[in-house]
Ligand binder design. Structure first.
Ligand code: GRF
Length: 204
């Protein structure tokens, strides 16, 4: 199973996938390329260190989302990916791009969806006085952070937590669950049909 990872930032989730692969914990998933829309993304160095091909296309060079997504798709297709893994990829995707990879694109979002789609999730969970918070891995559909959930990880919110402390606690969990889900997909266990996610043929 050929996996391309899309990033915009530091790439700690990418690193977790690289480490899992090196420890034999990613099953038949192969990391065939890392794509970034940000030239300076820290994750690019992680990819290079691991010997994974990289591609950077700066979205600011494109007139609109559609032109950028078309360029990105052409670049990704050269890797012939079976799965796209969004790991801190901070772009909203156009309908044709989402449709092209329907059922073959995963995202990780730092909240217990459907709570807190969008940005600043840690601060929002703190402001709401929530007792717990976490991360969700889901299939990507046309709805922002709205596709069917596959796996969630929960963490407690402690008294006097800052958004940074909470983010770090959530990220440690992210690094555990993303490799597991990528492995399941690569083993053919995870599918999406008509907007629902299935594991081993059972609705999740
Ligand atoms: C993660 O918290 C992820 O949930 C969110 O962006 C962050 C990416 O972090 N979508 P990293 O680049 O993997 O370190």
């Amino acid at each position: 199973c050929r996996v391309a990872v899309l990033i915009s930032g530091s790439g700690t989730n990418l690193q977790a996938l690289i480490d899992a692969r090196q420890h034999g914990a990613l099953g038949p998933a192969e990391l065939v390329g890392v794509f970034s829309n940000r030239p300076g993304a820290g994750g690019l160095e992680r990819a290079e260190r691991a010997g994974i091909p990289t591609c950077v296309i700066d979205h600011r060079q494109y007139a609109d989302r559609s032109a950028f997504d078309q360029a990105m798709q052409a670049a990704l297709e050269s890797w012939q990916p079976d799965l796209l893994v969004l790991a801190g990829f901070m772009r909203i995707l156009t309908e044709p791009f989402v449709a092209r990879y329907a059922g073959r694109m995963l995202n990780i979002h730092p909240s217990l969806l459907p709570r807190y789609p969008g940005l600043n999730t840690h601060a929002r969970a703190l402001a709401a006085g929530d007792a717990e918070h976490g991360a969700t891995i889901h299939f990507v559909t046309g709805e922002l952070d709205g596709g069917p959930a596959i796996l969630q990880a929960r963490v407690p919110i402690e008294a006097n937590d800052t958004a940074e402390q909470l983010a770090a606690r959530v990220q440690r969990k992210e690094h555990q669950i993303y490799p597991a889900v990528v492995r399941w997909f690569s083993e053919g266990r995870l599918t999406m049909h008509q907007g629902h996610a299935y594991m081993d043929g059972n609705a999740i």
